[in-house]
Each structure stands twice: as structure tokens, then as C-alpha cells.
Design a protein around this ligand. Sequence first.
Ligand SMILES: [Zn+2]
Ligand SMILES: [Zn+2]
Ligand SMILES: [Zn+2]
Length: 95
Amino acid sequence: MVCEHLLGLEPVPPRTTGCEECLKTGMRWVHLRLCLTCGHVGCCDSSPGKHATKHFHHTSHPVMASFEPGERWAWCYVDEVELDVPEEAAPYLRD
Ligand SMILES: [Zn+2]
Ligand SMILES: [Zn+2]
Ligand SMILES: [Zn+2]
């Protein structure tokens, strides 16, 4: 099965350098995830806020990428499959 959610995706730069919701509320995060639809930065499911997954439930934006330094992988919430980072999104990830 091939994920079709990468088609037509036009990644935009991250809106924040940390989890957007955690920064507002002073919460701590473990790992960061970047929404490849709108540039929202949220925290992973090991973080108390789970804001990346919540962002998907709120917005239905299907694909996120790891926003951790040096990590290059993406995840489709709909198909629940790991994906290669699309070329267009690579420049927005952290070294
Ligand atoms: Zn998909
Ligand atoms: Zn968070
Ligand atoms: Zn989004």
C-alpha cells in the first residue's frame, strides 16, 4: 500500500522552534514533530501534551516529520506508515 497523502503536499517552514502549545502553557516536551501541511510544531506521544497527534485530530493534516536534530523520517497518521521525508520538506528539518 502506498500513502497518497504526500501527493500535493506543499511543506511550509516551521511556525515555532518548539512545540507551539507547550510554549504557550509552559509544558515540557520530549521530542518534536513538524506538520508538513501547515508548519505546526508539536510534541510527540511520549510528551505529556501529545500535541502533534492532537493537531492531527483537530486539523486532519495527515503527515508529520520528525523535527529532532539529524532525524529524517515522516509519518502518515491516516495510513499509520513511516515515510521518507519529501524532498520539499527536507530544508525545514533540523541538522
Ligand atoms: Zn497516508
Ligand atoms: Zn506540546
Ligand atoms: Zn498542520
